[in-house]
Design a protein around this ligand. Structure first.
Ligand code: ZN
Length: 186
């Protein structure tokens, strides 16, 4: 699994692109759009919590049914059920972004095959892997290992600024939009 920072960064940036290029519009305050994007982009890793609660071992049920195409579709369907809006499509794509990012995650960056993600569970156990590794994986056996700490610093240095820029652009854009609306009304 990649770090939550990578998932948050990919999620918010994915949502920022269509909003900033005027291709989409959500009737929601930007802080809620950003918080929702982070929530859905990180949602599959909630299996760590329920795995710990159910089995006493955070890893036992991790990286299984929440890291799949089916879970992406169920998440989107639930959002559709509650909101009846295109937020459902955004939720599906955000959860799917998590699955793809984890699929592109491995122990070493570069042209190394990734261990893969069980994207087609429950229909197929075969992991979907990619021929290149774009994101560092987190070592589960020792959360505070030297590798994890180095990778965390790397992720903060690379993905922290991208996430901050995406959030800043979204909030600034909304402020500009509200300003324009006020001018037009006034
Ligand atoms: Zn994950």
């Amino acid at each position: 699994m990649a770090t939550p920072l990578v998932h948050a960064c990919v999620g918010v940036t994915l949502v920022a692109i269509p909003l900033l290029t005027n291709k989409q519009h959500f009737n929601l305050p930007m802080p809620k759009v950003i918080a929702g994007s982070i929530l859905f982009a990180c949602l599959p890793d909630l299996d760590l919590i329920y795995s710990y609660l159910l089995t006493g071992d955070a890893i036992r049920l991790h990286f299984k049914h929440t890291h799949t195409l089916v879970f992406s579709l169920i998440s989107g369907w639930l959002v559709w059920w509650f909101t009846n809006t295109k937020l459902a499509l955004a939720a599906t794509l955000l959860v799917l972004s998590h699955v793809i990012v984890d699929g592109l995650t491995g122990p070493e960056l570069g042209f190394y095959s990734t261990p893969g993600v069980p994207a087609f569970l429950p229909f197929s156990q075969l992991p979907v892997s990619f021929p290149m590794t774009l994101f560092h994986g987190v070592e589960h056996d020792n959360w505070f290992s030297q590798n994890n700490l180095i990778n965390a610093v790397y992720d903060i240095a690379i993905y922290g600024p991208i996430l901050a820029i995406s959030c800043w652009c979204l909030i600034r854009r909304k402020t500009l939009d509200s300003f324009k609306d006020r001018e037009q009304k006034g």
